[in-house]
Design a protein around this ligand. Structure first.
Ligand code: ADE
Length: 237
C-alpha cells in the first residue's frame, strides 16, 4: 500500500517515519509512505500558501492552488483522497479497515483557520479524528497511518483481533507477571488454564467495561444469548 501525505510541515513526520511500526511496514514492503511539501507547489518567491478569507474574518485560509497542484502530482488511478478537517466524517476502526484495503491513500493536512472550499471537489472525503480542533491535520494523519499500518500485518494478527472496537466491544483487562503487584492479584480464573472459563470471563469483562464507558456500543449491538445472560449477571452483582 502507498500513502502520500500532503503537508506544509514535512518535518513533523521525521521521527514518525522512523517509528518501529512504520519502519517495519516499509521494510516488509507492505507500505510505502511519501511526504509531499505543499509549499513547494506555491509559486512566487515567498511561496505563500495562505491568504485572508474573502468576506473578512479572523485567520488565514490555505489557498486552493498549491494544495490541488500537490494532489495532482501524486494522484493515480486507484487513489482515495482524504482531507482532514474537524467538520469531516468521524474516523473509526471500521474506516481503518476500509483504508487498509486501498492501494493508494492520499492524506491532505489542512492548516490555518481552514482551507479554500474549492479543494473539496478534488477529495473523496473529509475526515475528522474527533470532536476537538487541532491546529493542523498532521496529528490526524499520524493517527490514521498508525491505525491502518497495524492492520497490514505489521503486528501479530491475533493481537489485533481481540482489541477494543474490533468486535464492537471494548477490550477486557490484561495481566502479565508478577502474579501480585503491590497487593493487587491477577484474577484466579486466568491462572487455571481452563480455556472456556477464560473466554467467558473475558467476554464478561469486555461487556462490563463497554456497558460502563460506552453504553452506546451496547445499545447498537445485536446481543447474543450468552451476552444477554452475562449482562444480567453483571447487573445482579
Ligand atoms: N484538523 C483540525 N481538527 C481536526 C480534527 N479533529 N480531525 C481531523 N483534522 C483536523
Amino acid at each position: 500500500m502507498k500513502i502520500s501525505v500532503l503537508t506544509m510541515c514535512p518535518e513533523f513526520f521525521d521521527s514518525f517515519l522512523n517509528s518501529v511500526l512504520v519502519a517495519r511496514g516499509a521494510k516488509r514492503d507492505l507500505l510505502n509512505i511519501e511526504i509531499v511539501d505543499i509549499r513547494s507547489f506555491a509559486g512566487g518567491s515567498f511561496r505563500h500558501i495562505d491568504d485572508s478569507p474573502y468576506g473578512g474574518g479572523a485567520g488565514m485560509i490555505m489557498r486552493a492552488g498549491p494544495v490541488v497542484s500537490a494532489l495532482e502530482s501524486v494522484l493515480s488511478e486507484n487513489s482515495h483522497t482524504v482531507l482532514f478537517a474537524p467538520a469531516g466524517n468521524t474516523y473509526t476502526q471500521q474506516k481503518a479497515h476500509e483504508y487498509s484495503e486501498k492501494d493508494h491513500l492520499i492524506l491532505i493536512c489542512g492548516h490555518y483557520e481552514g482551507i479554500d472550499a474549492r479543494v473539496y471537489p478534488y477529495c473523496d472525503e473529509l475526515l475528522s479524528i474527533g470532536d476537538y480542533v487541532l491546529s493542523g491535520g498532521e496529528i490526524a494523519a499520524m493517527a490514521v497511518i498508525d491505525s491502518v499500518v497495524r492492520l497490514l500485518g505489521t503486528i501479530r494478527s491475533e493481537s489485533t483481533e481481540e482489541e477494543s472496537f474490533e468486535n464492537g466491544l471494548l477490550e477486557y483487562p490484561q495481566y502479565t507477571k508478577p502474579r501480585t503487584f503491590r497487593g493487587q492479584e491477577v484474577p484466579e480464573v486466568l491462572l487455571g488454564g481452563n480455556h472456556e472459563k477464560i473466554r467467558r470471563w473475558r467476554l464478561k469483562e469486555s461487556l462490563r467495561k463497554t456497558a460502563e464507558t460506552r453504553p452506546d456500543l451496547i445499545a447498537a449491538r445485536q446481543l447474543s444469548k450468552e451476552e444477554k445472560q452475562l449482562l444480567e449477571e453483571i447487573k445482579e452483582e
